[in-house]
Design a protein around this ligand. Structure first.
Ligand code: NDP
Length: 484
């Protein structure tokens, strides 16, 4: 098989196999072909990974931040040099077009390694003067062994967004990719070793939810960072709470994108396309509830459908193709179910709506208009290329409706009224907001959700606080006064 890795897991600097684990078939979504066969981690594999991480972590934390950073920056360079090779692998793992993976996956992972590599040498505590010459100093310490659990939409990116800040702070990581897309995290682990990371600092174990659950509950684990759905987040958060572990939860969304009638329509349509159809709609922060003010509704829908007619759907390895298959047959069927619900509940299908008559798990980009707030497609995360267009008349009305969701991952507004843009963003109940753009996630800026969409933030300097903790040290320069 063309993409068969040396073995399923990467532990203590080497590939490791245990064929007693449940088989995991890796399927190329564009053809349905099995491209690799891996095995889920057995209890022995999990034990090996945790033992190795625990053993390696203290020495890694004892290195200077500059030394740790050098390893991460070297790994970033290697990832960039191998971008094409890694992107081809990512395309086969996920089905995302090569046109996308060349610019959004290994490159984004490399950005995280470079950014946190750069920060590693400047991570410090502080000095706090007290009265009479006494003082306090704080020591920023690593948490220990961290577990990362990933979703299937951005496997390389997730492996690096979690690994890079964890390692920069002196932690060791055990990472479990989604079993749907298990291949690229192994490459991240390999590259880190090649860049000079000590063995055991970044381990990858494959498996289904039960492997994730075993990792989360292990007493040696100090922190869990999950990217996944809200139901999984709830379970993982609860399990982590038992052990009082640190958590970062990057979960799902049903984000609003509001287009006022003074907006630049071309830009708003571009934002809606980026926010609904990139990666075939499998992006957590997508603005899938597109509220369009009544005055421009028809013009917006006309331009949207005209532009969607130009989408190039096809073989994801063809660099001219900009819309690929869904990640799996199961996900395709979930999305088809939502499309049927949209029709049954009375939404007006204005574009797409069908599976493509070809091999692989292809759906058309789909747009529903006249969607109302109570329809299933407007309430639940679909995680596929289905845009719901909803009408609105006033700002107050749309703000109330935009926020009437349990999710709070992202939100966007298109308007040329400067004060309204900032007022609307101030009113959004969401962790990541966009004005006249959508779906950017550079490593320098915090990314994460409010409400049910998660806790904590990834990326930016804030991520450092989620992978380290402060030790407070009181120092007396004077005699100690006691009452007796
Ligand atoms: P899931 O929640 O189904 O799975 C996420 C990961 O958790 C998988 O690796 C899964 O393993 C694992 N897992 C499942 N059950 C448990 C458990 N009880 N204990 C520990 N680990 C477990 O998400 P998907 O993979 O289907 O990804 C889609 C979801 O991810 C969407 O809701 C999307 O919005 C969200 N997402 C959020 C992002 C963000 O940054 N906020 C970014 C990308 C996606 P397995 O797959 O083997 O079951």
């Amino acid at each position: 098989m063309k993409f068969q890795p040396t073995a399923s897991h990467f532990i203590d600097g080497a590939y490791v196999e245990d064929t007693a684990g449940t088989p995991i078939d890796v399927i190329y979504p564009a053809t349905g072909e099995v491209i690799a066969r891996l095995h889920s981690a057995t209890p022995q594999i999990i034990e090996q990974a945790l033992t190795s991480a625990k053993r390696a972590q203290k020495a890694w934390a004892a290195m200077t931040g500059t030394e740790r950073g050098r390893v991460l920056r070297r790994a970033a360079d290697i990832m960039r040099e191998r971008n094409r090779e890694l992107s081809i692998l990512e395309t086969h793992d996920t089905g995302k077009p090569l046109q996308e993976t060349l610019v959004a996956d290994a490159t984004s992972g490399a950005d995280a390694l470079e950014y946190f590599g750069g920060l590693a040498g400047s991570l410090t505590g502080e000095h706090i003067p007290l009265g009479g010459g006494d003082f306090v100093y704080t020591i920023r310490e690593a948490l220990g062994v961290c577990v990362g659990i990933g979703a299937w939409n951005y496997p390389t990116q997730i492996a690096c967004w979690k690994g890079a800040p964890a390692l920069a702070c002196g932690n060791a990581m055990v990472f479990k990719p989604s079993e749907t897309t298990p291949l690229s995290a192994l490459k991240v682990a390999e590259i880190l070793i090649e860049a000079g990371a000590p063995k055991g600092i970044y381990n990858v174990v494959q498996g289904y939810g039960d492997v994730g659950a075993a990792l989360v509950t292990d007493p040696r684990v100090a922190k869990v960072s999950l990217t996944g759905s809200v139901p999984t987040g709830r379970k993982v958060y609860a399990a982590a709470a038992e052990g009082m572990k640190h958590v970062t939860m990057e979960l799902g969304g049903k984000s609003p994108l509001i287009v006022f009638d003074d907006a630049d329509i071309e830009n708003a349509v571009s934002g809606a396309i980026l926010g609904n159809f990139y990666s075939s709609g499998q992006v957590c922060s997508n603005g899938t509830r597109v509220f369009v003010q009544k005055g421009i509704k028809e013009a917006f829908l006309t331009r949207l459908t005209e532009r969607l007619a130009k989408v190039k759907i096809g073989d994801p390895m063809d660099e001219a193709v900009n819309f690929g298959p869904m990640v799996s047959e199961a996900q395709m069927n979930i999305v088809l179910g939502y499309i049927e619900k949209g029709k049954a509940e009375g939404a007006r299908l204005v574009h797409g709506g069908a599976r493509l008559d070809r091999e692989g798990f292809y759906l058309e980009p789909t747009v529903f208009a006249d969607v109302t707030d109570d329809m299933t497609i407007a309430r639940e995360e679909i995680f596929g290329p289905v845009m719901s267009v909803l009408d609105f008349e006033t700002e107050d009305e749309v703000m109330a409706r935009a926020n009437a969701t349990e999710f709070g991952l992202a939100a966007g507004v298109f308007t040329n009224d400067l004060t309204r843009a900032h007022r609307v963003v101030a009113g959004f109940e969401a962790g990541t907001c966009y004005i006249n753009t959508y779906n950017l996630a550079p490593v320098e800026a915090p990314f994460g959700g409010s409400k049910m969409s998660g806790v904590g933030r990834e990326n930016s300097k804030l991520a450092i606080n989620h992978f380290s903790e402060m030790k407070t040290v009181y120092v007396s320069m004077n005699d100690v006064e006691a009452p007796y």
